[in-house]
Ligand binder design. Sequence first.
Ligand SMILES: [Zn+2]
Length: 126
Amino acid sequence: MEIKKKHREIENKRTLETGKILGVCEVCGVLIGIGDEQADARHLVGKQHLGYEQIRNKLRELREGAENRKEMRKRYRERQQAREQREQEDEAERDKDREVRRKERSREDDGKRKEKETQKNQRSVT
Ligand SMILES: [Zn+2]
């Protein structure tokens, strides 16, 4: 709030010099007489004041736009990360299923092999 302090200094200095109570306009930075309604009304429709007002409004608009875009990018990144995590989990689940099926097949094969061996052994005995 260094600027506010500077404002106050300028206001005090000029007030002492002119004998009028002065204030710095928050929009355009010009020193204006406080309590002088006519001067105040003229100031508010002056070119400098209106120009600064337009600049400040545009600046606010641009900042809000930038803020919104930042927010949108953040949400997009979060959704993408969630999707990637889901895909990884799905992949891990599929790997597990494949492993289970592989073991089942391997057990079945063992069973068939043993069966064949027993048949062979029985034939050689008879
Ligand atoms: Zn002004």
